[in-house]
Design a protein around this ligand. Structure first.
Ligand SMILES: Cc1ncc(COP(=O)(O)O)c(C=O)c1O
Length: 392
């Protein structure tokens, strides 16, 4: 990929000099611009006071909404800043008031925390959970989804790219069905925002959650929620404070009209500025270019891994992303991770308990997850595979 400015991007990423980082699905290495933006604000807080620093940096924090909206193609009023993807998802999910007889539709690749919330809602309200089966490729089966849709379905909630593999679920096709039936659609895009171009209007989701630290390369403890304007009126957040609502009389309050009704007043301002900087950085490189490079590197990694004896690739789906999962018939995922770490190579492990519906039927108690970002290189893939081969 000769046109990609890899040298410059690696120079701007201090971590690239220290480690071979294939744990971008866990937390990516941040660029220097993000690190500096966070540190600068922390220093400002220490120098002039936290509230005063927030006031000085007001424009910078407001830009977070602008950048996020630009990235996923929505209006800035449809963005809420939250501390992680789980809380973003929760704020949308727990706005729904389910009752017995209602149905939630999800898919086999659903993220553990989301599924736990379904179980929680089922226990408390009697709502039932329907899981769409996979098609032959391993992505959610659109025909099965269509068959399951009726007037009792109160929510479709799926994960775009699961934590535990390279699968990309057909989010846009799901959106078309949800919109045709007027069913609210909540998309967990935690692993996809920053990895591939996302257009919420094209996807047709009503809510989307994501996190800052993964493919966006932002600070930990950041995330955002997209909530479609036309759904906001009906949204009653599960808990509110004086950021979300205005106390207008002794007995009454009114919600903010925009998505910030899902926010909390107290926020990590330095991290918010860091997230804004990270999104801006991604926008400057270009979501299409980022995806092209991640796709290319992950294909190459899969190809090289497939040549190593005893390795089985475990990614499902028609289209695959930068998350590459595998097992070995010689060593456990945990042992592989540990030995790679000793050689300054970072990967992570996906456990069955993180994705029970997906991994348990495949009898996979754990997987090695090697997730690439655009700042990784062909040489790193070679080094990774050679090291892995020698470990095995
Ligand atoms: C698909 C998916 N959804 C949600 C989450 C949770 O994100 P966070 O830790 O930012 O809440 C993760 C984290 O790994 C994830 O992979």
């Amino acid at each position: 990929m000769p046109t990609f400015p890899i040298k410059k991007l690696r120079e701007e990423t201090p971590g690239c000099r220290e480690v071979l980082h294939f744990n971008n699905a866990g937390a990516a290495l941040p660029p220097r611009a993000v690190i500096d933006a966070v540190k600068e604000h922390i220093d400002l807080e220490a120098t002039i006071g936290g509230y005063e620093a927030a006031s000085v940096s007001f424009d910078k924090t407001e830009q977070m909404y602008e950048h996020a909206a630009q990235l996923i193609h929505c209006d800035r009023s449809e963005i809420a800043f939250v501390e992680n993807a789980t809380r973003a998802w929760d704020m949308a999910f727990y706005s729904f008031k389910f009752k017995k007889g209602d149905r939630i539709i999800t898919a086999l690749s659903e993220y553990a925390s989301n599924y736990l919330a379904f179980l929680h809602a089922a226990r408390h309200t009697g709502v039932s959970i329907d899981v769409v089966r996979n098609d032959d490729s391993g992505q959610l089966d659109l025909d099965d989804l269509e068959k399951k849709l009726d007037e009792r379905v109160k929510l479709i909630a799926i994960t775009h790219i699961p934590s535990q593999g390279g699968l990309i679920n057909p989010a846009t096709e799901v959106g078309r069905m949800a919109n045709a039936m007027g069913i609210p659609y909540l998309l967990d895009a935690t692993q996809s925002v920053g990895q591939l171009p996302i257009d919420v209007r094209a996807i047709g989701c009503d809510f989307l959650c994501t996190t800052g630290r993964k493919f966006l390369r932002g600070p930990r403890g950041t995330g955002f929620l997209y909530a479609r304007k036309s759904r906001l009126e009906q949204c009653d957040p599960p808990f509110i404070d004086l950021q979300a609502a205005k106390w207008v009389s002794d007995n009454d309050y009114v919600f903010r009209p925009d998505a910030r009704r899902f926010e909390c007043w107290e926020q990590n301002i330095a991290a918010k500025i860091g997230l804004s900087t990270a999104i801006q950085y991604a926008l400057q490189i270009g979501p299409d270019q980022i995806w092209e490079r991640i796709h290319y590197l992950s294909q190459r990694l899969r190809q090289r891994l497939s040549e190593i004896s005893g390795i089985t690739l475990r990614d499902l789906g028609q289209k695959k992303c930068g998350i590459v999962t595998f097992t070995s018939d010689r060593q456990t995922p945990e042992a592989i991770q540990l030995q790679l770490r000793l050689q300054k190579i970072n990967v992570s492990i996906s456990l069955e308990e993180y994705a029970r519906l997906d991994l348990a039927p495949r009898k996979l108690s754990a997987l090695v997850r090697a997730s690439v970002h655009y700042y990784n290189t062909e040489e790193e893939i070679e080094h990774f595979c050679n090291t892995l081969q020698s470990i095995l």
